[in-house]
Design a protein around this ligand. Structure first.
Ligand SMILES: *[C@@H]1O[C@H](CO)[C@@H](O)[C@H](O)[C@H]1NC(C)=O
Ligand SMILES: *[C@@H]1O[C@H](CO)[C@@H](O)[C@H](O)[C@H]1NC(C)=O
Ligand SMILES: *[C@@H]1O[C@H](CO)[C@@H](O)[C@H](O)[C@H]1NC(C)=O
Ligand SMILES: *[C@@H]1O[C@H](CO)[C@@H](O)[C@H](O)[C@H]1NC(C)=O
Ligand SMILES: *[C@@H]1O[C@H](CO)[C@@H](O)[C@H](O)[C@H]1NC(C)=O
Ligand SMILES: *[C@@H]1O[C@H](CO)[C@@H](O)[C@H](O)[C@H]1NC(C)=O
Ligand SMILES: *[C@@H]1O[C@H](CO)[C@@H](O)[C@H](O)[C@H]1NC(C)=O
Ligand SMILES: *[C@@H]1O[C@H](CO)[C@@H](O)[C@H](O)[C@H]1NC(C)=O
Ligand SMILES: *[C@@H]1O[C@H](CO)[C@@H](O)[C@H](O)[C@H]1NC(C)=O
Ligand SMILES: *[C@@H]1O[C@H](CO)[C@@H](O)[C@H](O)[C@H]1NC(C)=O
Ligand SMILES: *[C@@H]1O[C@H](CO)[C@@H](O)[C@H](O)[C@H]1NC(C)=O
Ligand SMILES: *[C@@H]1O[C@H](CO)[C@@H](O)[C@H](O)[C@H]1NC(C)=O
Length: 416
């Protein structure tokens, strides 16, 4: 157990390190009626070659967390059938993505990068402006599907190249709701078991209003079945934590406890299990995946749609994370965790799970299989065990000291 724990901690440290160095950024565009029409998450790295007075230099940097949608330049215009996302960052740098569609698919047709070479923090000893454009990105997907690509893709231009990875993009979103159908890029298909990469949103720099106090949610019972029996059994208490910006530019968090009587539905498929929960205007969809070779199932993606209070600048929040590896259990066994687990969906939404017992795919009869405790619970068990062991050790030492002392004094009597 101690070894497993050590490995767990090491893994957590490695993952945290990863999270700190690369973060997936989310950009969203709404149409004139306020409905979400374009959503993009990705990690992007630029390599730019520029000239100083004496020589040429290469510089490499990531799209920084201050990158934000330039609202008046980002549009979903149905008259031209083009959708444009423009993102600005740093001192006057920008990235523009133009999407086009035909009757069956949409594609990232043009990518325009503009750098302000007068920004000496990124381009020391250079000046002027550098703009490049490419019409070949290779990113395309079926209409009404999300484009998914965890693998990195390099797009080369004349004086620069970009490396884009962990991509989740959907353009021409139908009804303001990100599709649960997906188009996976060919690079990801080559590796049948791509290890899920944890992603995290970036906290906004604006100040956060104090969190709303809330009591813990009640435990709800959920199940999904098909003609061949149950494929999902879950008992869990769920709490949604949504962060939104208000009209006066402060960030606020709203915590919503899901009532145990939320309506649920779902679908059993050979390699995925879906659970949809609906309560009021809130809609949460869970996708479970499995890794056949390691016989493990896990929560792979969460989609959250919720309406926001009237003081928020946006009407809805539409958050999605497809690179999760949460609630992980061995096929045929159930995953159990009493401790609270927080699952990050985006920089604007997270789901807190309490008191969970869950099992996906292989379920015998209508009962949970053998229990696998989560690491958090095992760790909290570990503390009393360590304290107990320390106490037992202490008692033993005292006892030995006492016995030695008794023997000495006995020997002392004999010498007299
Ligand atoms: C910058 O990188 C490109 C591509 O890797 C390379 O062709 C070029 O020679 C590099 N330039 C300098 C000055 O290192
Ligand atoms: C967008 O707004 C900025 C100022 O907020 C302005 O400088 C810029 O010209 C506008 N761009 C477009 C395309 O309207
Ligand atoms: C564009 O959208 C508006 C309102 O959303 C609608 O009235 C119009 O018919 C649409 N045009 C096309 C070409 O789809
Ligand atoms: C480019 O960078 C310089 C130096 O940081 C800054 O003064 C200037 O305003 C920037 N240009 C734009 C268009 O932001
Ligand atoms: C859409 O464009 C793709 C790629 O250009 C092409 O293969 C496909 O046939 C087009 N579909 C329709 C319905 O025009
Ligand atoms: C910029 O140029 C100055 C002198 O022209 C030089 O001393 C300095 O090292 C250069 N900085 C970089 C980062 O190349
Ligand atoms: C989109 O909304 C319309 C009306 O609000 C509805 O009839 C239609 O079924 C919805 N389509 C999808 C894919 O949800
Ligand atoms: C999306 O999924 C639904 C149901 O799962 C299916 O009926 C539909 O054909 C799918 N659409 C695409 C474009 O794959
Ligand atoms: C909700 O999210 C905010 C921002 O991420 C965080 O500061 C806060 O502690 C969270 N609250 C709960 C109850 O999870
Ligand atoms: C912003 O609005 C909230 C309520 O909507 C209020 O509590 C807060 O004091 C306001 N902040 C500022 C800086 O006006
Ligand atoms: C769910 O329970 C709440 C009280 O806990 C009740 O007000 C509400 O009507 C119930 N909803 C449904 C759909 O049964
Ligand atoms: C699902 O599994 C069943 C039984 O193993 C098989 O007959 C069926 O073809 C599979 N379906 C898909 C879509 O792989």
């Amino acid at each position: 157990m101690a070894v497993r724990c050590g490995v767990g901690l090491l893994l957590a440290a490695v993952l945290l390190g990863f999270i700190q160095t690369s973060s997936t950024l989310t950009f969203q565009v709404s149409d004139r009626s306020g409905k979400l029409c374009l959503s993009a998450n990705f990690i992007m790295e630029f390599t730019v070659e520029y000239s100083t007075k004496t020589k040429k230099e290469n510089t490499t940097f990531e799209l920084p967390p201050d990158a934000d949608v330039i609202k008046n330049a980002s549009v979903c215009d149905n008259t031209t059938s083009k959708e444009i996302l423009e993102v600005g960052f740093g001192k006057g740098h920008s990235l523009k993505m133009v999407f086009e569609r035909n009757a069956s698919l949409y594609m990232l047709s043009t990518l325009v990068l503009k750098f302000n070479l007068s920004d000496s923090s990124r381009f020391p000893n250079s000046s002027g402006e550098l703009k490049e454009e490419t019409r070949r990105s290779g990113i395309q997907a079926d209409l009404n599907t999300r484009y998914l690509c965890k693998s990195s893709r390099s797009i080369t231009m004349q004086n620069m190249s970009i490396l884009i990875s962990n991509v989740v993009i959907e353009a021409y979103i139908v009804n303001g709701t990100i599709s649960m159908n997906e188009t996976t890029c060919s690079e990801d298909k080559r590796f049948s078991t791509v290890a899920p990469i944890p992603t995290t949103g970036t906290p906004s720099t604006t100040s956060l209003a104090p969190p709303v106090p809330s009591k813990n949610p009640e435990v709800g019972q959920y199940s999904v079945n098909s003609s061949s029996g149950l494929c999902l059994l879950a008992s869990m208490a769920l709490q949604l934590n949504i962060t939104y910006s208000t009209k006066n530019k402060t960030l606020k968090s709203e915590v919503l406890n899901l009532p145990p009587n939320a309506t649920f539905s779902g679908k059993c498929e050979n390699l995925t299990v879906t659970l949809n929960l609906v309560t009021g205007s809130t809609n949460i969809s869970f996708h479970f995946g499995q890794n056949v070779s390691t016989e493990v199932y896990f929560l792979q993606s969460i989609l959250v749609n919720a309406s926001l209070p009237s003081e928020a600048t946006e009407k809805h929040v539409n958050a999605f994370n497809d690179s999760l590896s949460a609630l992980k259990g061995t096929l045929g066994k159930s995953y159990k965790c009493v401790a609270e687990e927080s699952i990050l969906v985006s920089d604007r939404a997270s789901l807190n799970v309490f008191n969970v017992q869950i099992q996906a795919f292989k379920i015998t009869g209508d009962k949970f299989g053998a229990v696998e405790e989560c690491q958090l619970d095992e760790n909290s068990m570990l503390i009393p065990i360590v304290v107990g062991a320390a106490l037992a050790g202490l008692v033993l030492i005292v006892l030995i000291a006492y016995l030695i002392g008794r023997k000495r004094s006995h020997a002392g009597y004999q010498t007299i």
